[in-house]
Each structure stands twice: as C-alpha cells, then as structure tokens.
Design a binder for this molecule. Sequence first.
Ligand code: NDP
Length: 272
Amino acid sequence: MSDIPQIMLNNGTAMPQLGLGVWQISDSDMPVVVETALDSGYRSFDTAAIYGNEASLGRALRTSGIARSELFVTTKLWNDRQGEQSALQAFDESLERLGLDYVDLYLIHWPHPAANKYVETWTAFEAIHRDGRARAIGVSNFHAPHLERLLAKATIVPAINQIELHPGLQQADLRAVDAAHAIATESWSPLARGDLGHETLARIAGKHRKSAAQIVLRWHVEQGLIVIPRSRNPARIRENAAIFDFALDAEDMAAIAALDAHRRVGPDPETF
Ligand code: NDP
C-alpha cells in the first residue's frame, strides 16, 4: 500500500499529498506513465481541459483496474469557458472525456481577470459540487484580491488554491492568505520545470543521499503543501515518490528558504 500521506481539505475530503501532473503527457505516453505511477503508489492525477489528455488519462485509469474510490482525479476549466452556463457545459464535456461520473477536484484554471467572470463561474462550481459531481471545488492561480472577491459572493469556500510554487518562488504571502481561509495550497511546477541545478540543492542532496528533485519535493511536503510533479520518465516517476523515508533538518529548510527569488517559470495570473 502507498506511503503517500493524505491532506484533509476544508470540506472533509481527503487528498493525497503527492500526485502526478500530466501536462504535456502525450496520449501515447499516458498508459506507461499512469501504470508506472500507480505501481509507485500514486493515486492522484492532475489534468485540465486545456491539456488535451483527459480522455487518455481516463482510459489509462480505467484499464488499471484500480477501484475508482481509491483514485483522486483533478481537472480544470479553461479560461474561454468561464461564465455560469458555459462552465456547466464545459464540466459535462470534461466528465465525458474522462469517462467518469464524478471528479475529485474541479478547479477554475486561471482567474483571467480580463474576462471578469470568475465570480459567476464559481456559482456553476457550487452547483456541480452540490450535485455530487465534484467531491471538492477550488481555484488555481488566484491572488489575494481574486480570492477576496470570490469569497464575498461564495457560499462554498474553495478547498484548494493551486499556484506556481517552488524554491525560486515561495509565495509566502499568498500561502498565508490561503491558510487564513482554510484553503489548502497546492504547488504547480513544484520542480520549477526541472531547473534543479542550484549548488545548495546539490549539497543537501549529497547529505541525504537523495536527488535534488527529491529534496525539493520533500521541502514542499514538510510545509504541508500538496505537490504534483510531472515526469514522463518511469525512473523519475518512481524517484519523485520516494520522499517519505527521510526528513530535512532546520538548516536544510533555512538554506532552501534563502533560494526565494520571486521568479516565475509560468505566466502572471494578473495578465494571463
Ligand atoms: P514540474 O515542476 O513538475 O517539472 C517537470 C519537468 O521536470 C519535466 O521536464 C521533467 O522531465 C522534469 N523532472 C521531473 N522529475 C524529475 C527528476 N526527478 N529529476 C530531474 N528532472 C525531473 O513542471 P510542470 O510545469 O509540469 O508542473 C507540474 C504539474 O502542475 C503539471 O504537469 C500540471 O499538472 C500542473 N500545472 C498547473 C498549472 C496551472 O496553471 N494550474 C500550470 C502548470 C502546471 P521528464 O519528463 O523528462 O522527467
């Protein structure tokens, strides 16, 4: 059985703290990627309508024979489908492509402030959750003002805010806002897209006989963050899950804290 801990979300849904991100995983790679991940203990998978691979992910999960109740599937609403009616329709289409009758987590992918529709979109999300078709609902890439506007109208507080977060972009302020509302923070691009060459990481990796990627993932986990590293490489999929048999010490944590450069590898939510 898996040694991946569960995080209790604010609505009582349990979510594995480590999952597999499947952005850019092709339909042809998906079967091996999913099989390797399941064999390594992963049960949580993070896709999105815009990734174009909901269907191949759903197929690979069904083929695995793992009970649906053991899996945790996240997908996301793309920007051009925001709005109450269009979000309801886009959700139906995602479920259809996944071949599921519910998802575990449905996220508004970006606030996309230029469209100014995320508050009405949330009304659709609340209906989807009340219908039992998403066990939890949340947001992604929301900054504090986006969250405050949403919360002023919401009857359900988002369970998750999935944001870019890695040693080069540690997001202390936004994490504090999430925590103040009992919103769990989930780190996307937790490995900074593979930019792991810093000498501090190499030193800590040598000390623990782990890889730099494992050090960074352990750093996320020890702070209570949910992580979804992506890899298409079976050895790395396994490596990224082997982070529950060691611990970083206070000195390691302080050294990684010093790597914060407020530097994004992805788009800025204010303008995207
Ligand atoms: P990650 O930070 O997970 O990095 C992925 C890259 O790191 C790949 O190039 C991979 O290469 C490499 N890598 C993985 N494991 C290792 C390892 N052990 N050692 C060395 N290199 C490694 O980037 P992502 O941007 O994919 O973020 C993760 C997930 O977050 C996405 O897949 C997606 O699900 C989600 N996401 C959400 C966003 C949002 O707006 N909500 C935006 C972006 C991502 P290789 O495949 O060759 O191993």
